[in-house]
Design a protein around this ligand. Structure first.
Ligand SMILES: [Zn+2]
Ligand SMILES: [Zn+2]
Ligand SMILES: [Zn+2]
Length: 145
């Protein structure tokens, strides 16, 4: 009955895209007097929230696609063109799993791109294929089947 103190700590982050608040972690501390023994009992409750990707883990960042802003963990969060050794085709935008479009690389990996850059790359590839048909003189004879 004789509660001495309650402490609530919340780690929150506002989503600039949706203006909703993400609860990242909360800590609750209770201290109460145990009358008969004249002592103090403390309880400490730590509540972990999973991130938008469903993982527990340190947050990697927010998606910067309009209307999204999801927080993914460090493993699921990515950047357009890759986080390290960034591809010159990418704009570097931070992306969640839902907004990353992966393109295969020659060495068997994949590079994530945002929707816009992915579309641009696909269009340029299509454009190259069209140009090859329309302007055969630009392509060496050996390239033809
Ligand atoms: Zn994750
Ligand atoms: Zn991009
Ligand atoms: Zn997203």
């Amino acid at each position: 009955m004789s509660l001495l103190r309650k402490i609530h700590r919340h780690q929150r982050s506002e989503n600039p895209q949706t203006h909703e608040t993400d609860d990242l972690e909360s800590d609750h501390e209770f201290h109460r007097l145990i009358d008969r023994m004249g002592g103090i009992e403390s309880a400490y409750i730590k509540q972990m929230s999973s991130l938008a990707c469903g993982c527990f883990g340190p947050p990697g960042g927010r998606c910067s696609e309009p209307g999204c802003g999801r927080i993914s963990c460090v493993r699921c969060h990515s950047h357009c063109g890759g986080s390290e050794n960034q591809s010159p085709d990418g704009c570097g935008k931070s992306l969640c799993r839902w907004h990353a479009y992966h393109l295969p690389t020659p060495n068997g990996g994949t590079v994530p791109f945002c929707k816009r850059c992915y579309g641009k790359i696909m269009r340029s590839r299509r454009w190259q294929a069209v140009a090859r048909v329309l302007l055969p003189s630009f392509v060496e004879r050996s390239d033809d089947d």
